[in-house]
Design a protein around this ligand. Structure first.
Ligand code: G3P
Length: 216
């Protein structure tokens, strides 16, 4: 399973990259709005840090406007992936961009039919939002299971990118379901390392060794 980080924060991206577990980055306008500086410059820096896909989202709502913005974003770096909303215009723009060989991440996916539509349009990635579904008492991870089944039934190559991840169990469930990628906030990446028995065990190993060496 690939791990992407879901952030526009360069420090978080650098730290996750140093861990050696980072395969890509997803940003969105809300995430970039939290950062200081020009978003295009930030995206350029991110693309230099990470050797993998970096999703950058358009804000136009009509096909032509999306294509115009996509052109500008794609010029930032070779590893930019264009993120488009899953609307009829977004699907049209997806079809056009993928036919030009530009990678596309279809975002704001909340139903299996939306996932089917974007796969038919040749999307590189589909981003179902699990946390936001859980927030409204729907089954976010259930959607991942449905999309995985549908894509397997028809041999679609669109990669399932689990988005709106809120806690480590989303990642465990996504891995058990065979999702291709999870995009994870930095805080949840740090939570993934945590186990109380690791902390207790490490403390004991160190204190036993120090006793043996007469250091305490
Ligand atoms: O990048 C899109 C997605 O991961 C957003 O997550 O937490 O705002 O629902 P969230």
């Amino acid at each position: 399973m690939k791990f992407f980080i879901d952030t526009g924060n360069v420090d978080e991206i650098r730290e996750a990259a140093e861990m050696g577990i980072l395969d890509g980055v997803t940003t969105n306008p809300s995430l970039l709005s939290k950062e200081k500086g020009n978003p295009f410059e930030i995206l350029k820096t991110i693309c230099e840090i990470v050797d993998g896909p970096v999703s950058a989202e358009v804000i136009a709502t009509k096909r032509d406007g999306m294509l115009e913005e996509a052109k500008k974003l794609a010029e930032i770096a070779d590893n930019i992936v264009i993120k488009l909303p899953t609307t009829p215009d977004g699907v049209k723009a997806c079809k056009e961009l993928t036919s030009q060989g530009i990678k596309v991440n279809m975002t704001l996916v909340f139903s299996p039919l939306q996932a089917l539509l974007v796969a038919k349009a040749g999307a590189t990635f589909v981003s179902p939002f699990v946390g936001r579904l859980d927030d409204i008492s729907s089954d976010g991870m259930g959607l991942i299971g449905q999309v995985a089944q549908i894509y397997e039934n028809y041999g679609f190559e669109t990669e399932i990118l689990v988005a709106s991840v809120r806690h480590p169990m989303h990642i465990v469930q996504a891995a058990l379901m065979g999702a291709d990628i999870c995009t994870i906030p930095f805080k949840v990446i740090t939570q993934m390392f945590k186990h109380p028995l690791t902390d207790i065990g490490l403390e004991k190993f160190i204190s036993d060794w120090k006793k043996l060496m007469g250091e305490d």
